[in-house]
Structures are given as C-alpha cells and as structure tokens.
Design a protein around this ligand. Structure first.
Ligand SMILES: Cc1cc2nc3c(=O)[nH]c(=O)nc-3n(C[C@H](O)[C@H](O)[C@H](O)COP(=O)(O)OP(=O)(O)OC[C@H]3O[C@@H](n4cnc5c(N)ncnc54)[C@H](O)[C@@H]3O)c2cc1C
Length: 397
C-alpha cells in the first residue's frame, strides 16, 4: 500500500497539472510541522505553497515550551522511538543550517534537565537507563549542594545532561525565512474550508483566497486537522488539548537546567526568563488562559524554586496541542486518496518530533523510501491507548 502510493506520488509530481499556484505540493497549515516539511521539500527542488488560516507559526508551535528530550538510535525499538531519535540527531544540524541560511538563531541550547522527585517514597523509573540516555542520580545532599535554589521539598533527582531547549518563536521565524529563501510561496490569512475531490484524488482546496490546486496535498493543520478530514470520511480523533504557560522574568541571565516534575516543568531561558507549564485540558478550541490554572502553575514553580516568588510575571498564554487517541501522530497517505497526505496529532512532542516528521513526509511526497517505518502512524491503524501517550509525552510537553 505504502509503496503503491509512493510510486503514484512520484508520477503525480512528474505530471503535475499546474493551476493557480503552480505548486507540486500544497501544505495546509503553517505550524512547525508544515513549515519544516515545506523547507525540506523546497530544498529538494519541489515547488511548494503553504497556506495558514492566520499568521504562520502562531498555533501550538508558538505556544510550546521547546523542551527537547534526548533519545538514542541504538535503543529505538518502536517507530515512535525512531522518530524521536532521528529528530534528536537532526535538531542541532537543522538549527545550524537554519542559522546559516537565515541569520536567525533559534536558541537551540543543550542546558541539561533535572527530573525531580518530591516524595521520598517516589520510585524513579529506570526508563532513562533502558532508553540508553545519559543520567546521573542525585540524592538530597548532592542535589541541594549543586542546586541551592531548589526547595528542600525536592528529595532527589535525575540529572539529564543532554536535555536541550529551543526558543519556539525564533525557530518558527527562522523556518519561515528559510522557506521564503527557498522559494516557498507562503500565504497567511488563507483558511482552507474544504478539500475538493474527484474519485480517488483531491483536485483543489477552497480557501479564503480562492481555489488552489497542486499535484499533492499535505494536511498539517495541527488540532484543526480533524475538521478537514471528517468530510472525507476520516475521524481519527485528533483533538485540541489546551496547555497554559506562565512566563516569568528573574532578570538574571544564566544557563540553568530545566526542571521536570511529572507533566509540569520550569524552563529557564538564558536571558533570565522562565517558562512555567503546563496544563493538559479538554477545553475545545478555547485558547484562553484561566486564573485558576495560572495560579496553580505559579504555586508549583514557587514550591520548587522559592526565589521565583520574586520574579516578575511577564505574560501568560495557552496553546492547543493536537492530541491523538494514542498520543502518536498520524503520518502518511490518507487511505483511498492517492494525492493526500497527513502529518498531524503530535500532541506534546511536535517541536521535538518535527525534524524527522518533515524528513519522512518529504520522502513520501517525492516518492523515496521512508527512513522510518510508518505503519505505526497510519490513519487507519488499530489504536493502542496505553503505550503511545506515555512515550510521546516523554520529556516534552
Ligand atoms: C503549552 C504547550 C507546551 C508544549 N511544549 C512542547 C515541548 O516542550 N516540546 C515539544 O516537542 N512540543 C511541545 N508542545 C507540543 C507542540 O507545540 C505541538 O505538538 C506542535 O506545535 C504541533 O505542531 P503543528 O504544526 O502540528 O500544529 P500547529 O502549530 O497548531 O500548526 C497548525 C497550523 O494550522 C493552521 N490551520 C488550522 N486550520 C487551518 C485551516 N483550515 N486552514 C489553514 N490553516 C489552518 C493553524 O493556524 C496553525 O498555524 C507543546 C504544546 C503546548 C500547547
């Protein structure tokens, strides 16, 4: 099935009937997934148009914390592990290349991280060990000696020297600049209302700015993807999961490790700012912040690092993660439609998984063999509701 659609894709790219935008590929949605894929495709010589209903990179991708968890290719047993490990390898290279192409520094920084345990009886899992990731276990005395800013309530921690972060808004700005430099046609304020099909092919999409046609279509509309898939008979369960963040400013510029505690975290930036996140809420498409959630996040941050009580609250925001029923993204061809592909549902790890996602989507769209097996990410896969969410959420948020 996959190889059949690859062959077909290749043919489509060769015999593209150019209309409106004269594009080989039309990408619907300009978050980190759509923009990175557009860039990779354009670098491979493919003519790409990308449309977004608003400004590019203002969806979940902008709102995220930019936590990048380490992953080891040797221990990557599942396809999701491989997607993480490949992305982990690619991120520093991609960051360097973005800087060379655009002059924009995306803030990629290997700052390390501390996985914190606040209860003495809390059993740290051995997952870092089994995943082949470097870590150091720090008992209370050593921990507080090294990190005196931590509250005595923190009992012990794993120090993860390889954990890294990226500044999402800068990364997205760099991606847009790289796309522009490669000749990608970017169309903001261009909401897609429906995909128009004829038999087993999409022939055009109707948008705010008229009708667009291309050889192939890639749906990368994050949490909004379901509404464009549903009229085609696909309802995989991609849904918005709200995450709120509070941004503090300590005024003290320094590189400090990120603090991870269950699903919440404190992410110090190297300019004195500190992100505190995040919630996981079922609030539909309501991306407002709420007093209760922000109060709870601030309390959490101060309970870990008491000095943060003095920090200025600079800003709060919320974003809508593209959740999926098993926490894994949907990547690949839409079954039954030869020239429609999907890359959506990255939930808590879309920034982290974006390089390898873009790589495999580029490969699919130009008819190359995918570097990672994509069966696990098919739109029509049987859903394993126990495994994926845990893995996807590993270290990211
Ligand atoms: C608070 C928070 C913290 C996070 N922290 C991390 C983290 O630390 N590490 C990590 O890896 N991930 C993190 N994530 C998750 C990550 O941000 C997402 O998985 C990722 O951004 C998804 O990217 P996307 O491109 O699929 O979606 P989006 O960034 O949401 O992009 C989708 C785009 O599609 C556009 N669109 C929607 N509908 C239409 C339409 N009809 N027509 C045209 N355009 C349309 C939207 O305007 C949007 O720009 C976090 C998310 C949140 C909310």
């Amino acid at each position: 099935m996959a190889s059949h659609s690859c062959m077909f894709t290749l043919c489509v790219l060769r015999i593209t009937v150019f209309m409106a935008e004269h594009s080989d590929v039309l990408i619907l949605g300009g978050g980190v997934i759509g923009l990175t894929t557009a860039w990779f495709l354009a670098e491979a010589g493919v003519r790409v148009t990308i449309v977004d209903k608003g400004d590019f990179g203002r969806g979940a991708s902008w709102a995220g914390a930019g936590i990048l968890s380490p992953a080891s290719p040797e221990h990557a047993h599942t396809a999701l592990d491989q997607l993480r490990a490949r992305s982990w390898d690619l991120f520093p290279l991609l960051s360097r290349k973005l800087y060379e192409r655009t002059g924009i520094d995306n803030g990629y920084l290997c700052c390390g991280g501390l996985e914190l345990f606040t209860r003495a009886d809390e059993e740290p899992s051995d997952e870092w060990h089994s995943e082949g990731i470097a870590f150091e276990e720090l008992q209370s005395d050593e921990l507080h000696h090294r990190y005196p800013e931590l509250s005595p309530a923190v009992q012990r921690a794993y120090y993860l020297p390889e954990m890294a972060q990226v500044r999402n808004p800068r990364h997205l700005k760099a991606l847009q600049a790289a796309c522009t430099a490669c000749g990608v046609s970017l169309r903001p304020g261009c909401a897609v209302h429906r995909l128009v099909g004829n038999g087993s092919r999409i022939t055009s999409v109707d948008t705010d700015q008229g009708r667009f046609s291309a050889g192939c279509y890639l749906l990368a509309a994050g949490a909004w993807s379901e509404s464009l898939l549903a009229p085609l008979g696909w309802q995989p369960g991609i849904r918005p999961v709200r995450g709120q963040i509070a941004l503090l400013n300590t005024g003290i510029a320094a590189v400090r490790p990120m603090l991870l505690c269950g699903k919440r975290y404190v992410v110090p930036r190297n300019d004195g700012r500190v992100l505190v996140g995040s919630t996981e809420e079922d609030a539909g498409f309501d991306a407002r912040t709420t007093a209760a959630a922000i109060a709870e996040l601030l309390h959490f941050a101060v309970s870990l690092v008491p000095n943060l009580a003095e920090a200025a609250v600079e800003r709060c925001w919320a974003g809508l993660r593209p959740g999926s029923p098993d926490g894994k993204p949907f990547l690949g061809a839409v079954p039954g439609i030869d020239n429609l592909f999907v890359a959506a549902g990255h939930f808590r790890a879309g920034i982290q998984l974006s390089p390898a996602t873009a790589l495999v989507m580029k490969q699919l769209l130009v008819g190359e063999k995918s570097a990672i097996p994509l069966e696990e990410f098919r739109l029509d896969r049987p859903l394993d509701l126990t495994v994926g969410e845990k893995k996807n959420a590993r270290g990211a948020s």
